[in-house]
Design a protein around this ligand. Sequence first.
Ligand code: ASP
Ligand code: MG
Length: 423
Amino acid sequence: MALIVQKYGGTSMGSTERIASVAQRVAKWARAGHQVVVVPSAMSGETNRLLGLAKELAPAKLTPDYYRELDMIAATGEQVSVGLLAIALHALGQPAVSLAGWQVPIRTTDAYTKARIEQIDDGKVRAALNAGKVVIITGFQGVDAAGNVTTLGRGGSDTSAVAVAAALGADECLIFTDVDGIYTTDPRVVPEARRMGAISFEEMLEMASLGSKVLQIRSVEFAGKYRVPVRVLSSFTPPDIDIDIEDRSGTLITFEEDEQMEHAVVSGIAFSRDEAKISVLGVPDKPGIAYQILGAVADANIEVDVIIQNVSKDGKTDLSFTVPQADLARAVDLLKEKVAPALGAADVLGDPRICKVSIVGIGMRSHVGVAAQMFRVLSEEGINIQMISTSEIKTSVVIDEKYMELAVRALHRAFDLDQPPSA
Ligand code: ASP
Ligand code: MG
């Protein structure tokens, strides 16, 4: 007997038929003798619909409590899901109970719309499991110290599931979704992309933070911190598929880098269009300038990613960096109004038409020349590189967004990701 946490995404919960199918799958695991905790998302489209209603009434924050109320609204999507799934399980004769975040409770900070989990009380959950019930816990939501409903940010149900698995010391956290695992890159861009049987936790962390949207990045951080074995797999197989087969399907996020790992230098290619480039031109080349520019951006809670500073000419230089596209206008306004005049900068330019393409692989630690090979591939395609950033296990380039798909396909081919890896 094992304790298994299963997370089902919005598409998997997208209709009453889909929910009935989830119930069959869950009941199969429970009947095989496992203790099962289920963490579902809202039905697909529901969170957008709910937030859309709020935005019809007030498109932006009008009062300090705006985000508190957004969470109150958005959290209802998951509450509907858990109730429906419990009823679907009851209909199959499987005892089950639903719990909202505040009932568990899942305690979080009060940073509405992006709260962080601080602590999960496992008492009520264990008692229900020991009474033979499947326990269904709302994804995405929690409760702050004052008793207010909070949410963990979009895609937060992944984090709920991994956190619940960590709190319970679960044997495995199965993330059921509408794809059948983690791919070498997005198959919508590269049809030859392959599913990986396993990926190291560190690679998954890079892939998630570089734009692969399968898992919320915080769920991967959580998995790493508490060493929760996470498997990403499809909820679109027949619900009565053999448990042993199911438990070997999908992609395992692993902490043992040798055995299950495929021995490729580059394991995957991530990309993101959600970034924009800002250039501050003609700033004096002297100590404190980067701090004055980037400090002001950080103070506005805008995340900065790739940064480059040009060589200086006549005591002046240019500083360029990327920010989330959604924050571009705000960042440019801030720099133009406050920072550039104080520094005597010549101009501030914003360019939303960029993208970031990254190669990721723990094999890059032990191989030299991988970044150079990436640059060669891009040059052969005539793609100009605007910015570069590297870490131990990834190299990212910022390029014109119109070349994104071309770059991803060329790199996927050049690093042999189209072919099954040789061991
Ligand atoms: N329902 C929430 C969202 O759409 C949380 C989740 O699905 O993970 O972002
Ligand atoms: Mg998701």
